[in-house]
Design a protein around this ligand. Structure first.
Ligand SMILES: Cc1cc2nc3c(=O)[nH]c(=O)nc-3n(C[C@H](O)[C@H](O)[C@H](O)COP(=O)(O)O)c2cc1C
Length: 181
């Protein structure tokens, strides 16, 4: 089983990238590919820009990289209640390559932030929007208060979050038929 994971942020030290990678490692997957949104940097989308340059190779690459996944793990970074500019730009370009660019993709959709809401606003936006692009969201998970709940250095979660995460991962595995250890 192949997992493709990414944090929906272009921050070099993205906590969502770290979190998505950590969660991906909880599965006994044959292959884990962690995407870096910086590899898909493109001009700011506009219809004029599209007419001028066509669809950039990076947009095609992003759609192709996602297609390789049996399970897509995304952790959304929240900027002012919604997607980061970096992710929204890729989202817009990808939707021009193929509207349903998440088609047939089982998805674990998450968010984390240093604050107490943990990115709830952006998660809600994605839960209502991603299925329009073909995503099959199998589970969602919010990790609030990232710095208090997760020790990045040692990759340890606080106990309550640990148990909630494992219950959620069990449900994902039942739905996706992955096995973990
Ligand atoms: C421009 C900007 C807007 C932000 N807006 C929010 C917000 O609406 N909600 C929130 O919980 N955190 C917000 N934050 C804090 C981010 O959650 C924090 O920077 C986090 O590290 C972003 O995740 P990332 O490291 O994966 O990019 C914002 C940060 C920036 C720079």
């Amino acid at each position: 089983m192949k997992i493709v994971a990414f944090g929906a942020s272009n921050s070099r030290n993205s906590i969502n990238k770290k979190w998505a990678h950590f969660v991906a490692n909880q599965f006994n997957a044959t292959q884990i590919h962690v995407l870096d949104l910086n590899d898909y940097e493109m001009p700011l989308y506009s219809i004029d820009k599209e007419q001028e340059i066509g669809l950039p190779q990076e947009a095609h690459q992003f759609v192709e990289d996602i297609q390789n996944a049996d399970l897509l793990i995304i952790s959304l970074s929240e900027h002012n209640g919604t997607y980061t500019t970096a992710f929204k730009n890729i989202f817009d370009w990808a939707s021009r390559v193929q509207l349903k660019f998440f088609e047939n993709k089982k998805m674990l959709l998450m968010a984390t932030a240093p604050g107490p809401r943990g990115g709830q606003g952006v998660l809600e936006a994605a839960v209502s929007r991603f299925p329009i692009h073909g995503a099959e969201i199998v589970e969602t998970f919010i990790l609030p208060l990232f710095n208090a709940n997760f020790d990045v250095q040692n990759e340890i979660l606080n106990e309550t979050m640990q148990s909630e995460l494992h219950q959620m991962l069990d449900r994902v595995m039942q739905k996706v038929s992955l096995t973990n250890n």
